[in-house]
Structure formats: structure tokens, C-alpha cells
Design a protein around this ligand. Structure first.
Ligand code: SF4
Length: 274
């Protein structure tokens, strides 16, 4: 793309498809998923590592309905208008909620800001890894719901910032140190407090209640009314599922802090859906 105003709002689309929401507060709801490429974070249990990097040879998978010609590949860089056109192609029936996921969607704030006017009056949901509070503050008013991952630093390898030949990636770097992660989580929690939002904590077999308890303390301190979803890691790509007793103990720890807690596995994985 050339450096026009349109090009600056572009983001690399990895895939757009209709499916059932498998995580968080809207689990089970038929939605459209807009997955963007690009993520500087390196969660060890990441289930979409193919979304991390942005390459010129990438292609976007547009899972259009059969009536509209079926799935195809497109060049990935899309403006909000182009993404809205592709979204309309993939959903059967009437317009539905769009979940913007990744990768880390907050890498592309100009694109996110442009989506609202293109997709109204649908609900627009944001799924974020919670490492970019300043960028979240810039875009949050354009979303009807935010699903915020709370990540313990123990689950993260050092970040790798995005190298992109187009678009306008955020200038905010992902946290590197424990102190930076604590500050990012606290700032993100303060931003979503009192909004239509939820927090998600992935519980892998490698983590103990001592590792994850401090995240519950942070929710209690920064956003006490925020629903918290404890999500057992799906054992794929080298990550392991937690012991059931770990989930039960964590849920009890959340209740001890008067948090609104649920334990929900990745339902799209359980159902064999994308
Ligand atoms: S933030 Fe999301 S996409 Fe990025 S590494 Fe973590 S789980 Fe994967």
C-alpha cells in the first residue's frame, strides 16, 4: 500500500470467519471473528502463534459463505472499509457481533478507530492481551465489550516488537519486566473497570495458585466488579492442562475476594470449531 491516509488505517488481516464464541462472557454466541496479524507478546500457551509476525507474503483467509463463493485468500492489508466488506461476506443471516482478535489487535490503533463507523450498529468486541494500556485508552470508546487477558510474567518469553512495511503500528512497546507487566495490567484494569468487560486468566498445568493468586489481588484492587473467567489451557502446542484441583482452589480464592468468577474451557476447542 502507498502512504495515503487510507493506507495508514490499514491492518494485516489473518482471517475473517463466522463461528461460535468459545471464551469469556459471550461464550456460545454466534459471532464473526476478525483476526489481525501481529503480536509482540510471546505467551507460552499461545494457540495462534501463526499470528505473531507480519510478512509481505501472508494471505488473509476470508471464509465467505457458500452463497458468496466460499473461502478464498486475499492480500492481507485491509482498511476498515475493506474489512467491513469481508465481514459482510462471511456471515450467514443478519449482522452479528464482531470480535476483533489476534494476534494483538492493539498493535493497529488507527485501524481499530476506523472500524466503529464501518460496523455500526453491530456490537464490536475487543480481545486483547493487556500489554498496551495507552493504546487501549485511545480505542476503548469504540468497543461495546473488552475481554482482557491477565498474563502472569512466568508464562511469557521476551517480546518481539512488530516489523511492518505498511499500516501504522502503535508506538507503545509491550512490557518486558515484571514491574512493567504489573503496571500494564493495573492500567488496563482501571480502564475497563465499570465498563462492559471481563478479565480472562489462562490456567496452564505449569502454574500454581501461588503464581496466579496475585492476578486476583490486582482485579480486587483495580476493578473489583469485573467478571473473571478462569480458562484452563487447552493442551496443544506443548502447553498442558491444569489439575482440576488448581481450578477449584483458584475459584475459591476469587470468591474469597468477592470476585464474580467462572471456570470455562475454550468451548470452540471442545466443539471442534475454528
Ligand atoms: S497475546 Fe495472544 S496472540 Fe499474542 S502470544 Fe499471547 S495468546 Fe498469542
Amino acid at each position: 500500500m502507498t502512504d495515503t491516509p487510507d493506507a495508514r488505517t490499514a491492518a494485516p488481516v489473518m482471517e475473517i470467519f463466522a463461528s461460535i464464541q468459545g471464551e469469556g462472557a459471550f461464550v456460545g454466541e454466534p459471532q464473526v471473528f476478525l483476526r489481525l496479524r501481529g503480536c509482540p507478546m510471546r505467551c507460552r500457551w499461545c494457540d495462534t502463534p501463526g499470528s505473531w509476525r507480519v510478512g509481505d507474503a501472508d494471505r488473509a483467509r476470508i471464509a465467505a459463505t457458500v452463497e458468496r463463493g466460499g473461502a478464498r485468500r486475499e492480500k492481507p492489508w485491509a482498511t476498515p472499509f475493506q474489512a467491513a466488506c469481508w465481514i459482510a461476506e462471511v456471515e450467514p443471516g443478519t449482522p452479528r457481533t464482531v470480535s476483533v482478535t489476534g494476534g494483538e489487535p492493539l498493535v493497529w490503533p488507527e485501524f481499530l478507530r476506523g472500524l466503529r463507523s464501518m460496523l455500526s450498529p453491530r456490537r464490536l468486541h475487543l480481545e486483547t492481551g493487556g500489554g498496551h494500556p495507552k493504546t487501549l485508552a485511545q480505542v476503548i470508546d469504540g468497543f461495546d465489550h473488552v475481554s482482557l487477558d491477565l498474563k502472569p510474567e512466568l508464562d511469557l518469553d521476551p517480546p518481539e516488537e512488530i516489523v511492518a512495511t505498511a499500516g501504522s503500528p502503535t508506538s507503545e512497546c509491550a512490557p518486558r519486566t515484571s514491574a512493567e507487566w504489573r503496571a500494564a495490567r493495573a492500567a488496563c484494569l482501571a480502564l475497563v473497570a465499570g465498563r462492559d468487560a471481563c478479565a480472562k486468566i489462562v490456567v496452564s498445568g505449569e502454574r500454581s495458585i501461588d503464581d496466579l493468586g496475585p492476578l486476583l489481588d490486582e482485579v480486587e484492587r483495580c476493578a473489583p466488579g469485573l467478571p473473571v473467567y478462569l480458562q484452563p489451557a487447552t493442551p496443544i502446542g506443548g502447553s498442558t492442562a491444569p489439575e482440576p484441583k488448581t481450578l477449584v482452589l483458584l475459584a475459591e480464592m476469587a470468591r474469597d475476594r468477592d470476585l464474580d468468577v467462572r471456570v470455562v474451557p475454550q468451548m470452540h476447542r471442545v466443539l471442534g470449531l475454528p
